[in-house]
Design a protein around this ligand. Structure first.
Ligand code: ARG
Length: 466
């Protein structure tokens, strides 16, 4: 611990904090990640201070140069972080002031309370943009896998029981839809992240004539129509972390979707399904069983969803009892936010890479999809077309299934005579129902797994994602 008082204690305190206190309260070990955004915020603040006459032109230039140099040193890993300076804000400002005397003016009308709120908003804004790109990458990987195997059929499942045939692409596009809703939630979250809190001070703004609009414009806090976005209540602005909760909630739902996709991949890669083969580079082996090839990326994706849900719960709990306004508790928001962003971004990227290195075992899919029982519902629809009400039709086909089971043959091997012993409505054309190709061609509703419809959806996504 340094004997010297850190910036925030000068004047009021007789010395620095005790070593264990410094260690307990520091955040530089993790909030150093905000450095780029902290510097960007300071550059904008300095430009504004110059405009309102707090800084001279020469002082602003010196501060700008100093901050840019510090930025370069941090980037190069040459900046030495001082835990006794608590956090990213004081580390940078203290070093700047050591090098540039005018640095002492930089904190005019600014508090770490509005500074940290600003840094986190700037940081999260970039992360959301990057995450949206990662998600689009995963969507593209899903669409490509569907396109490459556009004729492959698999059973669709409900209750983990074979239900009805679907194109593999239809199954994959279900995830593309989920991921698109994740993007929509993130865009929406972004609109509330993208609001400038600087100028709120510690709690009650400032008596100095700050130009908040200029700072917001310099930092890109404008909406799609170019309207400047400023927080409207200084007390709210320094204590609001709703945007971190919103992001972690959107991240949690994204993690749910990734986890479900992972579960399908894990099932499909196993010998029982054998629908897919993941490239060696995207699997791991067993230290004991030489034959094993494990889908660890998918398993970790499923497993890591837990910490993402935990982060959301931590943030909600962190905020729920806080009196107005800023409380040091809020420092605990960072690791949770960082962890959610890191985890969902890495899992999204890794899942995309893994799927881009996955091939489909067409033979195994074909065998599974050719189970004629998958078309039992089509046989009921056949009876409906002949004029029977659906409930009795369902009952009749149930009896046909039982009959086939008793006879020990697949549904499509029953003779017309056998069908007619169950119900006379069956005609010569009844067995035609079991032609998979025509069965798939006849599913034409919007959103159905029909041949034309799936091709249309693949084309729509290809276009939308390009
Ligand atoms: N490191 C602090 C945080 O993350 C910055 C704000 C500190 N403000 C204060 N008044 N101590 O919340």
């Amino acid at each position: 611990m340094s004997k010297k008082s850190p910036v925030s204690r000068s004047g009021r305190f007789t010395g620095g904090p005790a070593a264990d206190v410094a260690q307990f309260t520091e955040s530089i070990s993790y909030d150093w990640r905000l450095w780029k955004h902290d510097i960007l915020g300071s550059l904008a603040h300095a430009a504004m201070l110059r405009k309102i006459g707090v800084l001279t032109r020469a002082e602003q230039i010196a501060i700008t140069r100093g901050l840019n140099t510090i930025g370069k040193e941090i980037k190069a890993g040459k900046f030495s972080w001082k835990p006794e300076l608590e956090d990213i804000h004081m580390n940078i400002e203290a070093e700047l002031t050591k090098r540039v005397p005018a640095g002492a003016k930089l904190h005019t009308a600014r508090s770490r309370n509005d500074q940290v709120a600003l840094d986190m908003r700037l940081w999260l804004r970039d992360e959301i943009t990057a995450l949206l790109g990662d998600i689009a990458g995963l969507q593209r990987a899903l669409v490509s896998l569907g396109e490459k195997n556009s004729d492959v059929l698999i059973p669709g499942y409900t209750h983990m029981q074979r239900a009805q045939p679907v194109y593999l692409a239809h199954h994959l596009l279900a995830y593309v839809e989920m991921l698109e809703r994740d993007c929509e939630r993130l865009w929406d979250c972004q609109s509330r992240v993208n609001v400038c809190p600087l100028g709120s001070g510690a709690i009650a703004g400032s008596t100095l004539p700050l130009d908040r609009v200029l700072v917001a414009k310099l930092l890109g806090f404008v909406d799609a129509s170019g309207k400047v976005q400023l927080t409207q209540n200084s007390m709210d602005a320094v204590s609001d972390r709703d945007f971190t909760v919103e992001f972690c909630a959107a991240g949690a739902l994204l993690a749910v979707h990734l986890s479900r996709l992972a579960e399908d991949v894990i099932l499909w890669a196993g010998a029982e399904f054998h629908f897919i083969k993941i490239a060696d580079a995207y699997t791991t082996g067993s230290s004991l069983m030489p034959q094993k090839k494990n889908p660890d990326i998918a398993e970790l994706t499923r497993g890591k969803s837990g910490r993402v849900f935990g982060n959301l719960m931590s943030l909600l709990t962190l905020l729920k009892g806080l009196p107005m306004t800023y409380n040091r508790d809020l420092q605990e928001d960072k690791e949770r936010l960082f962890d959610t962003a890191d985890t969902v971004r890495a899992t999204t990227r890794l899942m995309a890479a893994m799927l881009s290195h996955t091939t489909i075992n067409r033979a195994a899919c074909a065998v599974a999809a050719s189970d004629p029982a998958l078309l039992a519902t089509d046989l009921a629809d056949y009876l409906v077309r002949k004029g029977m009400a659906f409930r009795p039709a369902h009952h009749v086909v149930g009896a046909v299934v039982a009959q086939a089971e008793k006879a020990g043959k697949p549904l499509n091997q029953l003779t017309l005579a056998e069908l007619q012993t169950v119900d006379k409505t069956f005609g010569r054309d009844a067995l035609g129902v079991f032609n998979l190709k025509t069965a798939m061609a006849s599913r034409n509703l919007t959103g159905s797994p029909g041949t034309k419809e799936v091709a249309k959806q693949l084309a729509r996504w290809r276009e939308q994602l390009s």
